[in-house]
Structures are given as C-alpha cells and as structure tokens.
Design a protein around this ligand. Sequence first.
Ligand SMILES: O=C(O)C(=O)C[C@]1(C(=O)O)C=C[C@@H](O)C=C1
Length: 367
Amino acid sequence: MSESANQEQQALAAVRDRIDAIDLEILQLISERARCAQQVAHIKTGSTGGSVQFYRPEREVAVLRRIKDANPGPLDGEEVARLFREIMSACLALERPLNAAFLGPEGTFTQAAAIKHFGHSVVTQAMATIDEIFREVESGACDFGVVPVENSTEGVVSHTLDLFMNSPLMITGEVCLRVHQHLLTKATDPASIRRVYSHQQSLAQCREWLDRHLPTAERLPVGSNAEAARLVASDPEAAAVAGLQAAEIYGLSVLAERIEDEPSNTTRFLVIGKQDSPPSGQDKTSLLLSCKNQAGGLHSLLAPLAVHGISMTRIESRPSRRGIWDYVFFVDIMGHRQEPKVAYALQNLEQDALLFKVLGSYPVAVL
Ligand SMILES: O=C(O)C(=O)C[C@]1(C(=O)O)C=C[C@@H](O)C=C1
C-alpha cells in the first residue's frame, strides 16, 4: 500500500470510529426518549377514566417546528424534521400503536401521505373507497383516516368534500405531498401499449404527456393508481400511471419518469378522526357553510372574516343535494377556532349562515 493510501485508510478509520461512538450516544438518547414516552403514556392512562388520547397532533408539530428552528445544519431542516418524525412515530407506537385507514390498495399516494404524516410506525389499513375510510373511522375500527382533498393541477376531490356533509368526523390534520407520476409497465416498447390505466385525477394530471406520447392508447380510469398498477402486472399491452411505490410493489418497470404536466404537482390530504386538534400556534380551520340564495348572500356571509382580519385560504362550492341550484361552501381560514378573533368571527358567521359546521381546526403541515 502506498504512503498516501495508508494515510487515507487511517483518516477514514478515525472518522468511522467517531461515527461509531456517536451512533452509540444517539442510541442511548433515543432509548432514553422512548422511556420518557412510556412515562407519558403512564401519566395519560392514570389521569383519565375514559378513552386516552395518546396521539397529540399539536405536540407533534411543536416538536418538529422546534427541531427545524434549532437545526444547526449541515442537514436540511426538512431532513432533520423527517428523522424526528420517525423517532416520534416509534415512541408513539410504544405508547399505543396507531392505525390509519387509507385509499388502497397498497402503494397509493394516500398511503404515502399517511406515512408522511404519522411516520412508518403507523399501521396503515387499505380501504377500497373513500366512503369506507369514513365508515371505518366513524365505527372506531380505525383511529384515523387519510383522504385526498385537492390537487394543484386538477382541483378538488369533490367526493371527499361531499362525505363531510353527513359525517360527524372532524379534520385533525393536513398533509401536502409532491406527486410525481410515472409510466409503469411490463412492456419494453411503448408502441405495444394499447391501454393506460390510472385514477381519473392522475390521467388528467398527465393529459398533455399522454396526448403527445401515447395518443392512440385507450385511457381507462380505475379506483386508484395502485389498482391500475395491479391490473397492469398481468397485461403486457397495458401501462399504469402511478408512483414509484406502486412499481416496486407490483414488479413493474418505469418506462417514463415524471410525466405529470405540472412539475409542482401537489396533492393535499386531510387526516380525519373523532376530534380535531388543540391550538398549535399555526393552525387552519375548515368550515362548511351555506347562505340564502340572494344577491350578495355569500359576500355578506363571509364579511365577518374580513372584519376580524382573518385570511381565507380556500373556498369551494358544491351542490347541497337538498334542492336544485342550492350550494354549500367549503371554506378554509387561517387560525384556530379557539383563538379569540377567530371565535368572534365564527360567532358572527353562524348568526347569518343557513348551515354552519366547523369541520375542524388543525396544525398547518410541517413536513
Ligand atoms: O408528548 C406526548 O404527549 C407524547 O405522547 C410523546 C410524543 C413524542 O414522542 O414526543 C409521542 C406521541 C404524541 O403524539 C406526541 C408526542
């Protein structure tokens, strides 16, 4: 071995010894943290007679925000938050494993959103429809559900909004996921692809790409992207538009990467449960409203928001299903319903609204 190769070996060994020592320290500290979580569980179980809330969304975002703020680098803030997301997920599972229903089958973006929000220790349970997710959480069979609500390219998932009209469930959290779509197939030659399966929204997100590259292939909407990947696994003349996770699960190769028309394509998901979240300091509130069908009705209904300086981040209208041309509005505002100015505004709003329902206050997504 040359002198310089020898020096390199010694330098490498020294840094690796340091890394080994640090890893043991990290392990000791993580174990100590996990024991603290066990103590927290003990305190929580002792303090209430009724059902115990082990999962505390407002505390989780406080931990992640603190870590991001304190991060000295060189790791990126998002990266350190993701690491702590996983540590907390494992600590919570030690208190009590949490389960979350998602729109299956395995490998959907909804499952990825559930894991992004709760970490890998959550037990995800695949449901066939969004209705089933609501039912599983309502019945108590699952602690939480994760449902898609809007996409930056294709707009609102109207079925999810409609289900809130008759559900007692509340919104506990939100998750935003950058969605990259890929063309997955068993075929090796694009010319042999006659059918493209995917969820209707995903087909729409890749419309221009499909028009350009597979203009003659039939587009077949199915329940989810993962379902499309499952179908394609046994059909060599077909391709699926789906995420990488689906390619891994169903053994497909990626024929074209990132085929979404909009590079910043993002889907927002809601976490639904039996109750919303206490204030975290940076929250949103979602409302379901309707007003009299008259000139200026919506304008005057929303006036209290402007009066109290509350910013509205989203408004969607949906047919109320109670009469023709009768609409309800899904409105997101910044702030928690327990903050005084939000509480005043909501009080005023409720007085004028025909229908007024708070769907939940929840922390703005950290990750
Ligand atoms: O602080 C709590 O209430 C905990 O249960 C501890 C902890 C954590 O690991 O930091 C775990 C789960 C909760 O969702 C929030 C935080």
